[in-house]
Design a binder for this molecule. Sequence first.
Ligand code: M6R
Length: 611
Amino acid sequence: MCGIIGYIGQREASSILIGGLKCLEYRGYDSAGMAVFDGQNIQDIKIKGKIFGLAKALEKKNLPGKLGIAHTRWATHGAPSIINAHPHFCCSRHIAIVHNGIIENYANLRKVLIKEGHHFSSETDSEVLAHLIEKYHKHKSLTKAIQLALKQVIGAYALVVISATEPQKMIAIKKSSSLILGLGQKEYLLASDASAIIPHTKKVIYLDDNEMVVLSKNGYRIHNLGNNHLIKKKVETINWNLTQISKDGFKTFMLKEIFEQPESIANAFRGRFIPEKGQIKLGGLETIESKLPHLSRIIIVACGSSWHAGLVGGSLIEELAKIPVKVEYASEFRYRYPVVGPDCLVIAISQSGETADTIAALELAKTKKALTFGICNVVGSSIARLVDAGAYLHAGPEIGVATTKGFTSQLIVLTILAIHFANLKKTINRKNAQKILKELTRLPVLIKKLLDQSGSLAELAQKLKNTHNCLYLGRGYNFPIALEGALKLKEISYIHAEGYPAAEMKHGPIALIDKKMPTIFIATQDKTYKKIISNMLEVKARNGMIIALATVGDKKITSIADKVIYIPRTIDFLMPVLNTIPCQLLAYHIAILKGHDIDKPRNLAKSVTVE
Ligand code: M6R
């Protein structure tokens, strides 16, 4: 997820653009850039690092002009660097673009464009857009060229284009990535979110997918990208203040990230499978594909929530692909004498890609000649660079210290990986693979339904906020979700919580149960459902308070539990993704009631780069 902004009007563009980028910086901050039309050419500045660096660079090199675009990057394709920073240019430098989103078919487009003589300067997916538009702009207007170019593009984009050949214009298109048009006095702004616009105007138009806006300083025209039909859009007035919307209107980054999950999950699977064939296409695996059949086992190494994701992933791989999997705490693995060798695939899972113990575990695996694979969110991170191959989460920057969307995206990538291994080992038939993939695509809608329950979880939080201890119980794929639920509660509410496999309760934790101690059961219907109901009755017999996550339509459970949170139905493999959402929201609301700093909980750091 990146931040983009464009300006056309009467004022100097650069100061408006830099101010806008500062508001958008939370969206990504590994590199940034700006391009302004100076009356003859498009001049640019790019830096690696934060907006602060770009502002400093602008003090040295002035970019005069009243038409410009700017970008703050959170790398997805290509490491954070000056060459990969936006804006990107076509070969002749007449066209400059900023892009937020992912171009799924960029590799093919790039190949074709290179054959046609285009020269690429970056490793990004975005740069193909500049060259593709250039290709058509030779004989067509800029508007037409963009339309022709985008006909060939598969993916998500909020795209803003300027051209030195039609400098009275700025053109933008939205598809699956947010873009807002700000309407000022003889000036217009385009930005990824309203925070960058409201210092200048509160009148905005929220662009919808497949809409193209053509701006000049005297007016704007919005039409459908495909058929050119003009669209009359409602002008809305923003009544937020700046502080609120720097987190996109959310009170905290964590809440924003929780609510981003329908989108982040879609980004984790988008373009990664062929539904009709039940096949996975994970670009990152291609380089090691030939070695996979020779592997006899897998070891997953990770820390914290990533380790919980690894537990789910390990079970999925064993069940679907019948490959033995061991899931290890990276911090333990590195100091044991593990049996690892060339027959072994070591998968490191890490949101940040910088966790010291996970890096050390990987290094150990490499010395033992194991094949290594990374599942990271941060592009260009240490782990991403260390492994033989890998897959990114594409979840966008996660700023809240307690991981939310990072965790659910890890579950998605692991599911995809498990299906891929199963396909390779022929342990899954096409119908089953298709079924799982079909359900995967339903998850964003189901998650939206769960997010709608945030209010009732806030009410439940009122009842639980003064508790000192809490037990989370689950089985099978949902046992790691019990661990994750307990970790979320601990991290941000500072309430002591334990996650346990439900059947283990009677081997000790049951001693803790009394009427003050809430137990959260993950009791959605799967093959262990009846057993979990028995565990619930054991807690009830000891006057414990029971909160149940249950499958929609389960009426029986209401007679046992004190509070039931209903979860939409999906296949067992994907229930962990859904069950995670109420656990996140419950922890969040309790921590809010306790007045804690949600995004920066005490004693924690977003990436643990020390042992
Ligand atoms: O960046 P990583 O995924 O490697 O981080 C691992 C843990 O430090 C992390 O998951 C931590 O447990 C989170 N704060 C959990 O919310």
